[in-house]
Structure formats: C-alpha cells, structure tokens
Ligand binder design. Structure first.
Ligand code: MF3
Ligand code: CO
Ligand code: CO
Length: 277
C-alpha cells in the first residue's frame, strides 16, 4: 500500500509516505532550484583545462553564501564538500580535489542548495575544452534520456513510466543505465521517498499525483552498467572504466504534466561550453 501525506503534517520527519506539496511549497522550490541553476550556469564559464575540482567546490560554497544558501551536501552523512565532481569514468559522488581538469575530460557537477529550507538539486555535464565525439555523444544521449523521463511524468501514470522511457531510449543508443543510484523525493528533506528508478517497466511503482516533487537523475554509461565504490567510501566508478554521464533536474508534478524547477535561466543547460549563451 502506498500512502500519500500532506507535507504540512510532518514537515521534517521521514515517514516513508509520499509528500504532496501546495503552491506555497512550489514557490519555495522554484527559488531554491533557480539558485542552483544559476550556479550551474556560472560554472560553464569556470570549467576549463587547468581548473581543479576543489576550485569548483569553493565557487559553489561562495556562490551559495552570497545568496544565503547552504550546500546540502556539506556535512551530509560525513560528506564534507559543497558539490560532487565526477570526472570521466566516475559515475557520481566524485569528491573535489586538487587535480586539475584536463582537455578532453567530461565532468558532472552536482549542486544542491538549501534556500529558506527548500532543496534545489541539479547536475549537468561540462566538457573540458574539446572532447572526443564518443564523449559528446554520451552527453547527448544522457540529456535526451532525462528529457524522455521528464516527458513521461503526468498524474495517473506509474513512477515506473519514467524509468521505462529512460531505459528504452538509452539502450536503443547502445548505452547502459546505472542501477545502483536513483532519483528521489525532495523538498524540505534532501533525500525523501519515493525512489525514482531510471530503468524498469511502465506499470511498476506508485502512481504519480499532482503535488509530488522529486528528482530525475539518470547515470548512463558507454559500456556496461556495473559500478563499484572506491575506498574513500563515496566515489562510484564504472567497473569496466567506460565513460559515464549524468544530468539531474528537480521537478514538480502538475495537473498538466510537470514543472521543471531547475531549468537554466541562461538556457545553456545542454553542453554549456558550446551554447550561444
Ligand atoms: N546531489 C546528489 C543527488 O543528486 C547527492 C549527493 S550526496 C553526497 O542526490 F553526499 F554525496 F554529496
Ligand atoms: Co538528487
Ligand atoms: Co544532485
């Protein structure tokens, strides 16, 4: 049995029930998510060969501080950075460090700001200088996978429709969908119920209802979908060392379909360094 609950009934307590949010909550989410999107836009001008991921992390912290927002990842379950930076075969949760990015790398930057109690969670890929065609194609396929997942969102459909759409497309392009991580409910809690799988069948999972808020964040590999976690306890890499990409949006279910809260204000969401801006 799946239960839904008005978010005002147990605002910060994990209950295992799916929260339904109102217009006021949507407004709060819009603000937090737009701040995250503006940070990701600004990073398009910062990511270059020679820049370290620690410098990127510092920018995310400073940008948040300037706008009264705190990165949700800071001190989250022992994680001590302001964002995740996942380079090349790193699938997700890459830890910022002092190694400079190199021409041809692709890096995912994942930022979550907390603004007035609301969480805005989004990530994008950034090409470092000129990248190989295979890397560019993987980013294209991954972004299109996210869009197809978003397009499957409407009240009355099963959550499984999202993963089914993503898997159908990614595999049609001879890429694989990572199984070990999923999207998640979000709002005043960072990682809430329900899980949003990026693979599966369209008749599986709870029914989507107006007022639900969650992320979709498919990780797509050029090789096989298996991942392993490095000894640091965080960094997830592809077992076969193939390239991996990820994009993430936070969305809210509306009567008509959904609202994407984390859209780029500069409309440079996709392949930022190439866009007109
Ligand atoms: N932002 C990631 C997500 O999309 C979670 C990162 S948790 C961390 O859900 F601790 F690794 F930072
Ligand atoms: Co997320
Ligand atoms: Co994220």
């Amino acid at each position: 049995m799946v239960c839904y609950i008005d978010y005002k009934e147990a605002p910060l307590k994990y209950t295992g029930q799916i929260r339904l949010f109102d217009a006021e909550a949507f407004a709060g989410m819009r603000r937090a998510c737009q701040l995250t999107a503006r940070c990701l836009d600004a990073l398009a001008d910062i990511v270059k060969p020679g820049v370290t991921t620690a410098e990127i992390d510092h920018f995310v912290l400073a940008f948040g501080a300037k706008h009264n927002a705190l990165p949700a990842t800071l001190n989250y379950r022992g994680y001590t950075h302001s964002c995740c930076t996942s380079v090349n075969h790193v699938v997700c949760h890459g830890i910022p460090d002092d190694r400079p990015l190199r021409e041809g790398d692709i890096v995912n930057i994942d930022v979550t700001y907390i603004l007035d109690g609301w969480h805005g969670d989004s990530s994008r890929m950034y090409p470092v200088g000129t990248v190989r065609r295979a890397a560019e194609r993987l980013m294209e396929v991954t972004y299109e996978s996210l869009l197809r997942g978003i397009a499957a969102v409407e009240p009355g459909a099963h959550i499984g429709a999202i993963g089914a759409a993503i898997q159908l497309y990614a595999e049609s392009q001879f890429c694989s969908v990572v199984r070990d991580f999923c999207g998640h409910g979000i709002g005043q809690i960072f990682h809430d119920t329900p899980n949003i799988l990026h693979y599966g069948r369209q008749d599986e999972g709870p029914i989507l209802r107006e007022g639900m808020i969650f992320t979709i964040e498919p990780m797509i590999n050029l090789g096989k979908y298996g991942v392993k976690i490095l000894k640091d306890g965080w960094t997830a890499v592809t077992r076969d060392r193939s390239l991996s990409a990820q994009y993430e949006h936070t969305i809210g279910v509306t009567s008509a379909g959904c609202e994407v809260f984390t859209l780029s204000p500069r409309d440079i969401f996709y392949l930022p360094n190439k866009a007109k801006a």
